[in-house]
Design a protein around this ligand. Sequence first.
Ligand SMILES: [Zn+2]
Ligand SMILES: [Zn+2]
Length: 390
Amino acid sequence: MPAAKGLDLSHLPPAQQKAIAELGISLQDEQLLWIAEHAMHVELPPDWVEFEDDDGNQAYYHAKTKRLTTEHPVIFKYKQFVDKVRKFQERMGTIGRKVKPHLAVIMNEVLNRIYRELPPVTPEIIERLAVLMYINTTTEHDTTRRLKIAIESYAEDQYDIALQAQQKADMDTFLHEVRNEQIRLEVLNKPDAVIMCTEIEGQPARVKCEQCKDFFSLEGFAATHATGKRKNHTTVKCEQTTCSVYPDQLATCEVDNTLFCDQAYEEVAQRQPHIRQKRKKVLGGLSCSEYPATVAEVLCEDCSDLYCWEAFIELHRRGNRLRHVPLRLDAEGQLYRAGELLPPEECARLIDRARLAREGGPWLAFQDDQLNTYWYHLSDKITTQQNPYL
Ligand SMILES: [Zn+2]
Ligand SMILES: [Zn+2]
């Protein structure tokens, strides 16, 4: 495989060199080498199988959707992430800008604020930091929230270290933490794209033609296979649960046998509030707050958070937390208190509150220089003194 042009990669492990080539990272992209560092540990998700095709090429097959590709499905997501980062750099005019020296300037500013007994960060600092880390604050609310937590805890640690030893720890821990989160949200947890009909625009695929090898909606297949030789073509099912409102999005919940993605459910519930009283079945399960790769098994009412049993037990060993009572959560997102199924509205309210506490939406809390709390809206870039969550 050809090495990326201009970069001296000879000191890097072969797996990383391979990842760099696969992701198409070149000289101008030296600041993106960390993405290849993650990509070299890539694993095939459980619903994919790997095999060698007739030409001896590595190929990947997804049994449910019948998707067949010669590109590793996770490497594909990494490439999309690299593209996204490049476009962001172009928009912001930061191509080739070195991250660490600029990060050091911001860190210094944050530390100075702490010395002056001010809250460590302001929305303006977070916005500048996000540009440096290739995070689009307008849309990537979870990553921005994590960025704020990471810089605050880094700064507190730094402050303690500086007081004791008058030395500076390096920024690698901070970079590592934020970038892990970016990879988790933007690559590893990114849902697969919906396979669309190749014939009728806007319709999700329901079958794959075994002879044409193309994907079709039922209508699209009928329209193209009514006459001639194609009449004898056979199909296999392409299984994907898509949103009934936005067919190019995967569904995340089901109400009254109708499938919705999160956005569609919210929009429909705004117009027809009575659907909130109906049982909402969560598809694919909710994940544990502590171990995001694990399915949540309980909801702690007092923490207002979702955990797997292991995480719940770990976090509730001591102090006040010993008294917290977990509600059992089943695979469909229903909650049980002492074995008793909760009413639909209470289930939905508790789960939505826990998800909001975790994901937070667009509002981010800050303190002003007098230590009064205010909220900053990441999309609209406005502030308010009124708690938007009440
Ligand atoms: Zn066909
Ligand atoms: Zn708790």
